[in-house]
Design a protein around this ligand. Structure first.
Ligand SMILES: *[C@@H]1O[C@H](CO)[C@@H](O)[C@H](O)[C@H]1NC(C)=O
Ligand SMILES: *[C@@H]1O[C@H](CO)[C@@H](O)[C@H](O)[C@H]1NC(C)=O
Ligand SMILES: *[C@@H]1O[C@H](CO)[C@@H](O)[C@H](O)[C@H]1NC(C)=O
Ligand SMILES: *[C@@H]1O[C@H](CO)[C@@H](O)[C@H](O)[C@H]1NC(C)=O
Ligand SMILES: *[C@@H]1O[C@H](CO)[C@@H](O)[C@H](O)[C@H]1NC(C)=O
Ligand SMILES: *[C@@H]1O[C@H](CO)[C@@H](O)[C@H](O)[C@H]1NC(C)=O
Ligand SMILES: *[C@@H]1O[C@H](CO)[C@@H](O)[C@H](O)[C@H]1NC(C)=O
Ligand SMILES: *[C@@H]1O[C@H](CO)[C@@H](O)[C@H](O)[C@H]1NC(C)=O
Ligand SMILES: *[C@@H]1O[C@H](CO)[C@@H](O)[C@H](O)[C@H]1NC(C)=O
Length: 515
């Protein structure tokens, strides 16, 4: 009987605990507020976690029970994010630090001044309920935000009534400080992977750090998986990539800010990085990039000039009959493959949050056979007309609109050694003899299949030995889920660019046969 009583007692106690436990709104409810209760149970997690500080991240976070001290390390701005009804009177901060701003969280009325922040809100699932203002609705490329464009509006920064009515204004301009402004600081000096980590910073404003941690972990592990898989490409067969830009003053730049060498090397290529990279005349630029395997143009061309002939005029290739290899071989790219109907590019909106896709794109334009079915997201082959896709409201998948995004694709482990060709396209290593898989080795897809065939019989035998139908069912379910996940990534844009990729592949195969 005693046992029964103890059990009852515990049961009642736990129910009581549950009922008296502060819930979400309690942080603002003066009557039930408990200063000893942790109102931020989901913490952002860093790789080399040192109490909210990561050496590599652009920000640090310190948690208190009902507020967070958030520092943007680049701008040295510190924000107090509090959940109480009024701001904390004396937040614990280093006296040397001045507080830029107090923001009550979670926020639900958000202005985004830089289009690239929108894709972070989409991953967190805040695009439907919290995104209220943008700089220019016509620039938005996200299919669902195009479809639901009535949910948000253009922001008028000059309207002080409007400015004071919103919860937060995310900006990339540290000059706009104080009031509702919060600076997000990534730029061309930020490695691709570190740009994506700002999702953790943004998540603090929505109390969605668990989602941010999870999304970033998936994105990072995909990135590192592809990086690892290309780490076996021999140096002699690595390609040189030049990122170039026509500036508004008519000079040329060869991009060398840290984003470029970082992502280029991670994609198993070398960055073309001559001693002088800025204020170049067309003739200098031409000389430097003459032997680049791939050239990626990052210029802001007006739509009228977004064609190869106009580009050749600008870059001075209209006077020469001796075109460089990258033009002859059609290896000139821009980041304008996905456009909205007004011609604005999705790269500017989405690439900051998806370094895993940037890397796969960069690999795919060098090695179309690495992932046979991969469809390049952003790099359009500028020498081929029509290598672009207009994304519209029709591409919106309603079932994920406003929900946290969890599907970031998968990285199938593959043994990839490159294509055995040097930067001039000459076959110098016979990749085919290294794998020992018959004639199929130049074809990554073939390798993939071989690997699967090797694994599957083992699995089948194991399963039949155990003789468990449950196991089989689970396996089949897993297979279906995995297959579906793998497919989803291509669903959105499956139609258009397939022909393109096939022709590239055919050419590649033909060339390989000739050698
Ligand atoms: C944040 O979310 C957690 C649940 O994930 C909740 O317990 C907590 O009260 C929330 N905090 C605020 C400030 O809304
Ligand atoms: C966060 O970063 C700022 C600027 O680098 C630094 O002054 C501060 O001490 C850091 N805070 C923590 C908790 O590490
Ligand atoms: C400023 O914004 C408020 C709130 O949206 C609106 O009612 C008002 O008409 C705006 N004023 C101007 C001058 O646009
Ligand atoms: C490819 O990546 C996966 C996951 O990181 C890894 O298991 C595999 O060994 C890699 N393959 C090569 C050849 O590096
Ligand atoms: C490949 O090139 C990189 C950069 O030039 C160099 O650091 C590395 O040692 C080279 N690796 C080999 C195996 O030669
Ligand atoms: C690029 O940056 C990432 C993240 O900071 C890092 O892990 C990677 O090693 C860097 N790659 C190169 C080649 O510097
Ligand atoms: C090449 O393009 C430039 C710039 O548009 C133009 O000034 C020049 O006349 C063109 N030259 C030829 C030979 O077409
Ligand atoms: C929409 O997303 C859901 C959930 O991820 C998925 O099951 C479905 O296949 C998608 N529909 C389309 C048309 O892509
Ligand atoms: C590639 O070709 C250029 C000229 O066409 C030549 O100068 C260079 O040495 C070649 N590089 C290799 C690695 O063969």
């Amino acid at each position: 009987m005693l046992r029964f009583n103890v059990f009852n007692f515990l049961l009642i106690l736990s129910i009581l605990c549950y009922l008296t436990r502060p819930v979400l709104s309690d942080c603002q409810d003066v009557a039930t507020f408990d200063e000893n209760f942790d109102y931020f149970p989901d913490k952002v997690f860093f790789d080399n976690d040192n109490e909210g500080t990561s050496v590599n991240s652009g920000f640090n976070v310190t948690y208190y029970n009902n507020y967070i001290i958030l520092t943007n390390k680049k701008t040295t701005e510190t924000y107090v994010l509090y959940c109480t009804a009024t701001p904390p009177a004396q937040p614990v901060v280093d006296p040397a630090i001045s507080i830029s701003n107090y923001i009550q969280v979670p926020v639900t009325n958000v202005v985004v001044s830089d289009r690239s922040f929108i894709s972070f809100l989409e991953i967190l699932g805040e695009e439907k309920t919290s995104l209220k203002y943008v700089d220019d609705i016509n620039k938005i490329t996200s299919p669902c935000l195009q479809k639901y464009s009535y949910l948000y509006d253009n922001f008028n920064y000059a309207n002080t009534t409007l400015v004071s009515s919103v919860d937060v204004i995310f900006t990339n301009q540290p000059s706009s400080t104080g009031g509702k402004y919060v600076t997000i600081s990534y730029d061309d000096d930020t490695p691709a992977l570190q740009k994506a980590e700002w999702i953790k910073y943004i998540s603090l404003f929505f109390n969605k750090s668990a989602i941010a941690n999870d999304a970033f972990d998936k994105i990072r592990s995909n990135y590192l998986c592809h990086l690892d898989n290309l780490s076996e490409v021999p140096n002699e067969t690595k390609k040189t990539i030049a990122w170039v830009s026509l500036e508004s003053d008519g000079t040329f730049t060869i991009e060398s800010s840290f984003f470029y060498p970082n992502v280029t090397q991670d994609a198993a290529a070398f960055l073309l990085n001559p001693q002088i990279t800025t204020d170049l005349a067309a003739s200098d630029l031409q000389q430097y990039i003459a032997d680049a395997y791939i050239v990626i143009d990052m210029s802001n061309l007006i739509p009228k000039d977004s064609n190869l002939d106009a580009w050749k005029n600008y870059f001075g290739y209209n006077q020469t009959s001796n075109l460089p290899r990258f033009l002859k071989e059609k290896l000139l790219f821009r980041t304008h493959k996905l456009l909205n109907s007004y011609g604005y590019d999705d790269w500017s909106e989405t690439s900051a949050s998806r370094p895993d896709l940037i890397l796969q794109d960069l690999i795919a334009i060098q090695y179309p056979l690495y992932q046979k079915n991969y469809i390049v997201n952003w790099f359009n082959n500028f020498a081929e007309t029509g290598d672009d896709v207009v994304v519209s409201a029709d591409n919106c998948n309603d079932s994920t609109f406003g929900l946290p995004k969890t599907d970031f694709g998968t990285c199938a482990p593959t043994n990839f050694l490159g294509d055995g060709r040097d930067n001039n396209g000459t076959q110098i290593i016979n990749i085919g003899n290294d794998g020992g898989n018959g004639n199929n080795n130049n074809n990554n897809g073939g390798n993939d299949k071989d690997e699967k065939n090797k694994v599957n019989p083992g699995v089948v035998i194991a399963v039949s030995l155990i003789g468990s139908l449950t196991f089989l069912g689970l396996g089949a379910w897993l297979l279906v889920v995995t297959r579906r996940k793998y497919r989803e990534r291509f669903v959105k844009l499956r139609d258009e660019p397939v022909v393109q990729m096939d022709s590239v592949k055919e050419k590649e195969v033909k060339e390989a046969k000739e050698v």
